[in-house]
Design a protein around this ligand. Sequence first.
Ligand code: GDP
Length: 195
Amino acid sequence: MNVTKAELIITAGNKSQFPEMNKPEVAFAGKSNVGKSSLLNCLVNRKALARTSSQPGKTQTINFYNVQDEIRFVDLPGYGYAKVSKTEREKWGKLIEDYLCNRENLREVILLIDIRHEVGKNDKMMYDWIAHYYERVNIIATKADKLNRSQVQKHIAMVKKGLGLRPTDRIMAFSSVSKLGKDEIWSMLDGVIVD
Ligand code: GDP
């Protein structure tokens, strides 16, 4: 899709603020700093539609973006901050669960993983959680420009193994710097729209 229109619909802090389920949605999850805002901005050809909040604990919201009046991108709150209180963590979990478990128009769930690092405990927990509800999880391995081509393949295999991916899952490498993987991700998203 050639995106010419992308806008924030709502920053939702609780379920009552979620928009009507009248458009297909694709949700993006990942550890903070994994490159989620950069991916969203790259996909919609914008510099700063999605912004990272540098303040841990202040990001317990779900951002819904309207893309071309055809599809919604749903930016789930990041995880993995060291200093997050139990109350904040519980709020995060409830909000994500309220979204993931009750969203009939949610067509694909995308989990971002930094391609350079070993899969962390939080990433594995997040994958298992999503995989429990969804037959297919799409993994996007970010910051691929930091590795050379043969390392990319090696690290993709490492992430596959670390998460314990199933045959139904998909994994692709991406870089918001080189735009590697952008077309592949859009093919997947276009599939959601025409379905
Ligand atoms: P978010 O917290 O997941 O939304 O992460 P951001 O998109 O804000 O990115 C976090 C940091 O990683 C920023 O300094 C970005 O410039 C950097 N970054 C994001 N994507 C890439 C990428 O594909 N390649 C490289 N080299 N850096 C990236």
